[in-house]
Design a protein around this ligand. Structure first.
Ligand code: SF3
Length: 500
């Protein structure tokens, strides 16, 4: 067999899952990492045997292919110092080191999306082969800046294909998201809260709770699940509770039922003492918190049955969701007509990852400051800053369009490229501004996808990620017009001028 065609299904399944566990706010359980690292060594051995079968010369492997970091937690912690991203900072300098980090963090985000697709049955063999190839490129400590930048854009291209796969896996299984008025206040009864991004786990929980008298609520990025026909048809999926991940300690503490965290972002449950009614699944972990590895959510369901639930109905409050690519492009003719006549003067994409540090109200203030004749497409948990605001409508189109999770960035890309094609212009010539809220590695992957597509003048904030050294920021600003956010007063006129 040719080496380039060699595949191993176990390695291809293990890789995105293992990388996903290393994202910010996913897994804090050292014991799980000890097991995963031992498994990674087995996978590496499988890969070497496969390569040998294909006639590869394994005598000159790069250091990571032969590295033995140890077996116990203590040995692994000690070895971590040998593997740090910045270990060669003095030797290789901040631009090269920062670009390697950009590729690594982009791959992590891409792995998370690939894992979301994989668990829904996405056919990802080809993208995983390219994933391995880029990871192998990093193993050689590359140092040519142009080659590194080209590989960062390759991660963006790869991530576009992965997000397309994920979009296909989500919509193939649950149908196209549709406009839905979703309840965001609790109703009386026992309850179970499902947080994270994983639609498949939510589907399983809905099946396992059917007929038990337990109300299931989504939390955080799973809000979007309420717009999928294949999920919203469950009468016991009663709505969404709470907002973005950084508010979970307050919200989970107040939730009178069991909670399942299916993916990022998890934070310390011990501070507010709800760890005994919290469960993790998929890549997530917290030491001492029960992990459900086999999709049997009965432990969480039984825990919900022991808890009081909500004592009474709250006032019925709702928001509108379900403005994915299918919905928005379903009214493409109307939208294009309104852009041509100037009735819709500007399009904003405001979203991404939210975070706890100060300065993130920028995105709320920007959304509210956008002119009355503009549309705001939002996605990711950054939207919880402003998704309850009444922003009105332009004719039949609401001004605030919730396109879904960060996982649905493909929808925003599709909408922008379709509108540009229909108007016969490049995306950069559209009256379009992107303000991306930055926090974890999925956002890195999406940013690289936007850069791969040639989209310029993206406003990124509220602070730039620490691994992006000032030298890399300067490089990206020079090549792609990337702009750190400043203030709404300063940025908004510049965004509108860009479109004039
Ligand atoms: Fe949020 Fe963690 Fe990234 Fe899915 S839930 S956008 S930060």
């Amino acid at each position: 067999m040719q080496l380039s065609k060699a595949r191993d299904a176990r390695i291809d399944a293990f890789t995105p899952n293992a990388w996903f566990t290393t994202l910010t706010n996913v897994n804090f359980d050292a014991e799980r990492f000890v097991v995963l690292i031992a498994e990674a060594r087995q996978m590496r051995r499988r890969a070497q045997l496969l390569a040998e079968e294909c006639g590869a010369d394994l005598n000159r492997l790069p250091a990571p292919a032969t590295w033995h970091p140890g077996l116990t937690e203590e040995e692994l912690v000690a070895s971590a110092l040998e593997a740090g991203l910045y270990k060669h900072l003095d030797r290789d300098g901040p631009t090269v080191t920062g670009l390697r980090a950009l590729i690594l963090y982009g791959l992590k985000g891409c792995a998370a999306y690939a894992e979301h697709a994989r668990v829904l049955g996405g056919k990802e063999t080809e993208v995983i082969a390219d994933f391995h190839a880029i990871a192998a490129f990093l193993a050689d400590d590359p140092s040519d800046i142009d080659v590194l930048l080209a590989h960062a854009l390759k991660v963006g291209e790869l991530n576009l294909r992965v997000m397309e796969l994920l979009d296909g896996a989500n919509t193939g299984r649950f149908g196209q998201p549709e406009i839905t008025s979703i309840r965001i206040t609790p109703i009386k009864g026992q309850c179970l809260l499902v947080s994270g991004h994983d639609l498949g786990d939510l589907e399983t929980i809905l099946r396992q709770t059917a007929g038990l008298g337990i109300n299931v609520y989504t939390h955080g990025e799973l809000l979007t699940a309420n717009s999928y026909p294949g999920l919203k048809r469950n009468p016991h999926l009663v709505g969404n509770y709470g907002g973005a991940w950084q508010d979970q300690q307050r919200e989970f503490a107040a939730f009178p039922g069991a909670i399942v965290m299916t993916s990022n972002c998890l934070i310390n449950p011990e501070i507010k003492g709800y760890q005994d009614r919290l469960f993790t699944s998929g890549p997530v972990g917290w030491p001492g918190v029960r992990h459900i590895a086999d999709h049997d959510f009965m432990p969480a369901i039984r825990r919900a049955q022991t808890l009081p639930g909500f004592e009474r109905d709250s006032t019925d409050e709702r928001i509108m969701i379900g403005f994915g690519r299918h919905t928005v492009l379903g009214v493409a003719d109307t939208l294009l007509g309104m852009i041509r006549t100037g009735e819709v003067h500007h399009l904003f994409v405001i979203g991404g990852c939210d975070g706890a540090r100060p300065g993130r109200n920028y995105f709320h203030d920007l959304a509210l400051a956008t002119p009355y004749n503009s549309l705001v497409l939002t996605l990711g948990c950054g939207k919880f800053r402003f998704n309850r605001e009444a922003m009105g409508a332009i004719g039949p189109i609401p001004r605030l369009l919730d396109a879904g999770q960060c996982n649905d960035a493909y929808s925003a890309v599709k909408i922008a490229t379709t509108v540009a094609n229909a108007l016969g212009v490049e995306v950069n010539d559209l009256p379009l501004s992107l303000a991306i809220s930055w926090f974890e590695q999925k956002a890195t992957a999406v940013l690289l996808t936007l850069l791969h597509l040639g989209i310029r003048n993206i406003h990124l904030g509220p602070s730039v990620p620490q691994y992006l050294t000032p030298e890399v920021i300067e490089l990206l600003a020079g090549r792609f017009g990337l702009k750190p956010t400043t203030s709404v007063e300063q940025d908004l006129p510049a965004m509108l001028r860009h479109a004039a």
